[in-house]
Design a protein around this ligand. Structure first.
Ligand code: A8S
Length: 187
């Protein structure tokens, strides 16, 4: 009997066990306040084809031609990351691009990294900081916890990367905002 169960149901058991493991996910939300106007910040965030404009780990990005404009939902980008990271490439899909509400949704669909079923949403909101036009950026993600890692380790790793991206987004946006002011004074 045991032998039959093992023979015929073991695969099912393994499958079930694996499914439970696959359900182990981690998710989190990060917020960044930036001293630059929302349209300027959004102009950087919305460029699905040019994440290297602010993401410090991206060395190269190419988008497969889609016909009418490169920023259509379903577009794929091939991202190469700088050396020193536990990965070299990532294939990412544009899931949502809403210029009115300023929402960008991206999922990771391939690559040589360990972030399976990664999905992210980034939203850009105008706010007033010290009496000037500023921006609140909110980024959230959900991802599978890889075998051999804990939920905390996975969250910590992804949060650290996103914090770097958001810090860099702030630096680049704030520099561009100052440049816009200088141009206004010097024209
Ligand atoms: C983003 C967010 C993340 C990017 C991760 C989390 C990544 O590009 C890096 C290292 C990895 O190990 C995974 O919005 C991957 O860029 C920097 C290659 C996907």
């Amino acid at each position: 009997e045991k032998e039959y169960i093992r023979m015929h149901h073991d695969r099912h058991h393994q499958h079930q066990a694996q499914e439970e493991k696959e359900k182990k996910q981690c998710s989190s939300t990060l917020v960044k306040h930036i001293k630059a106007p929302a349209p300027l910040v959004w102009s950087l965030v919305r460029r699905f084809d040019e994440p290297q404009k602010y993401k410090p780990f991206v060395s190269r990005c190419t988008v497969q031609p889609q016909g009418q404009g490169d920023l259509a939902v379903g577009s794929l980008r091939q991202v190469n990351v700088k050396s020193g990271l536990p990965a070299t490439t990532s294939t990412e899909r544009l899931e949502q691009l809403d210029d009115h509400q300023r929402i960008l949704g991206v999922t990771i669909v391939g690559g040589d990294h360990r972030l399976n079923n990664y999905s992210s949403l980034i939203t850009v909101h105008p706010e007033v900081i010290e009496g000037r036009p500023g921006t609140m950026v909110i980024e959230s993600f959900v991802v599978d916890v890889p075998d051999g890692n804990t939920v905390d380790e996975t969250c910590y790793f992804v949060e650290a990367l996103i914090r770097c991206n958001l810090s860099s987004l702030a630096t680049v946006s704030e520099r561009m905002a100052v440049q816009d002011c200088d141009d206004l004074v010097n024209q």
